[in-house]
Design a protein around this ligand. Structure first.
Ligand code: XMP
Length: 512
């Protein structure tokens, strides 16, 4: 199934929309995979795609370090759809010419299309999104221009015999009217896709593969309650329930009712062999008097591994360690990682403490939204599938200063009230991540006739696409008002609520 899966390869020239292109193709029900521009022709032959897309990129074909491609790929007679930089490069490699224009085109531009299968069903005129200073000014043999704008005579080209097509504009972004229809024409009219990629067939195929692989074997999975590990657990359970053991570590830094919800879903609903380890006391002891955020993260990460190791020893040797790795984890790891701002806690350290033969990662081909769809297919509750991001170190990075049981309990209640009010206001789908933080500050207040000296709770709500940058969310004042009133009324030892109005950068999403 994997080998003959209908695939469109996206060759990445470093453009900011490369991932988006692959996702768009998948949304059209064709599996799509990113490869770097250095990919060899042999590798392409091995993948045997029905079509190839070249992305845009930040460079000019005139730059010394301009990215190129194995020219043989252009001779495979696999349909090629080249966008922006990819379009210019391909024109050049095929005997055309690229020049730097007097004026570049940036933003929305009017375009006029010729008759062509690529533009089947497309209105003759429309707006597209451009971002270029160089243009293709001459085409090689067999090529013809099939669209133009005021300043660009060759806004799109085609070589029908060689099955090579190029667009100067970006069809993948929403600002290009009919852009997705053009992509769809490439995928269906030109590559003749069957369109079999969908999450219910993914589940069926994976279940069949796992069933065979896991028969009479043992699999161990560290369940965090997050989307990826939860979906991974449900998928393996569906394939081979006898094989799976899940370990869930309660580090005492979970949100209110979180542990109960995980147990309810996986133990009661899915009947998974789930071991919950209550290690909250150990974690609290190790974290006692620690205030430095990085130290907290390190301690929590290290302790997590220790607890897991102890549990894994009890279980003994297993055949497989399952991990909820997803596609963005796989592709990002190839590109140079930026400076570490916060040391991330995840289960990366687990392989060294488990006695196993092989790692299995059944979700490693999927984007997050596809993982969520699989979650729904498998019958996981919406609450779990659509869960907002939650850091591995949990509330440990939301308690400023010393972490104590009291502060954790106050935070849990305040956070629950906040999330519940957001839910009631119908905003839970609008906001990417929202939570409460307990500051290390106490201040004077008055309740009834009494003077109080209690904690300040901060509320945080942000929208983001990839967590690299984030905008603070403008929660309506009436909703904030309700949240504040409910928190001070319901949660003892809180007499002040503030709202975090910084974006990332310069702040980060979490406070520690
Ligand atoms: P920051 O605070 O760095 O957070 O702006 C970006 C996103 O990452 C989440 N986050 C973590 N996720 N392990 C995780 O799995 C961690 O250690 C961790 N720290 C932060 C954070 O909630 C936000 O969504």
């Amino acid at each position: 199934f994997m080998a003959n899966r209908e695939t469109i390869v996206v060759v990445d020239f470093g453009g900011q929309y490369s991932q988006l292109i692959a996702r768009r193709v998948r949304d059209m029900n064709v599996y799509s995979e990113l490869v770097p521009n250095t990919v060899s022709v042999e590798k392409i032959k091995e993948i045997n795609p029905i079509g190839i897309i070249f992305t845009g990129g930040p460079l000019s074909t005139f730059d010394d370090c301009a990215l190129s491609i194995d020219k043989e790929i252009l001779n495979l007679n696999i349909p090629i759809f080249a966008i922006c930089y990819g379009m210019q490069l391909t024109a050049q490699l095929m005997g055309g010419k690229v020049s730097t224009a007097k004026v570049g085109e940036y933003g929305k531009v009017e375009i006029e299309y010729e008759e062509h299968p690529l533009f089947k069903g497309i209105k003759k005129k429309g707006q597209v999104w451009m971002s270029h200073h160089d243009s293709v000014t001459k085409l090689g043999k067999g090529f013809k221009a099939i669209a133009k704008t005021k300043d660009t005579a060759i806004a799109a080209y085609a070589n029908d015999e060689k099955n090579i097509f190029g667009l100067q504009f970006h069809p993948e972004v929403v600002h290009s009217e009919q852009g997705l229809d053009i992509m769809k024409n490439f995928v269906y009219n030109i590559c003749k896709a069957k369109g079999e990629w969908n999450m219910s067939s993914f589940v069926n195929n994976q279940v069949a593969i796992l069933k065979e692989k896991l028969q009479n074997k043992k699999v161990l999975l560290a369940l965090s309650g997050g989307v990826d590990s939860s979906v991974c657990a449900a998928l393996i359970q569906k394939a081979c329930p006898e094989a799976l053991t899940c370990v869930f570590v309660d580090h005492g830094l979970l949100r209110k009712y979180e542990r109960e919800e995980v147990e309810k879903v996986f133990k009661e609903q899915f009947k998974i062999n789930l071991i919950t380890v209550d290690a909250s006391e150990t974690f609290l002891r190790k974290l006692k008097n620690v205030t430095d955020p990085e130290k907290k993260r390190k301690i929590i990460g290290k302790q997590f591994i220790k607890v897991f190791e102890k549990e894994a020893k009890k279980i003994g040797k297993v055949d497989f360690l399952a991990q909820g790795t997803i596609y963005p984890d796989v592709v990002e790891s190839g590109i140079g990682k930026s400076q570490v701002i916060k040391s991330h806690h995840n289960v990366g350290g687990l392989p060294s403490v488990v006695d196993f033969e092989e790692i299995i990662e059944p979700l490693r081909d999927l984007y997050k939204d596809e993982v969520r769809k699989v979650g729904f297919e498998l019958g996981l509750p919406e609450k779990m599938v659509m869960r907002q991001p939650f850091p591995g170190p949990g509330l440990g990075v939301r308690v400023i200063g010393k972490i104590t049981k009291d502060k954790l309990d106050i935070l849990r209640d305040a956070d629950f009230a906040f999330r519940d009010e957001i839910d009631k206001a119908g905003l839970s789908k609008e906001i990417w991540q929202y939570f409460a933080v307990i500051t290390d500050m106490r201040s004077v207040g008055v309740m009834g006739d009494e003077r109080t000296y209690d904690y300040t709770i901060a509320l945080r709500a942000v929208n983001s696409i990839d967590a690299m940058t984030a905008d603070w969310y403008k929660i309506p004042h009436e909703v904030l008002d309700k949240c504040s009133a409910r928190i001070v009324n319901e949660v003892k030892h809180v007499n002040r609520v503030v709202y975090d109005i910084t974006s990332k950068p310069p702040a980060t999403i979490e406070w520690e």
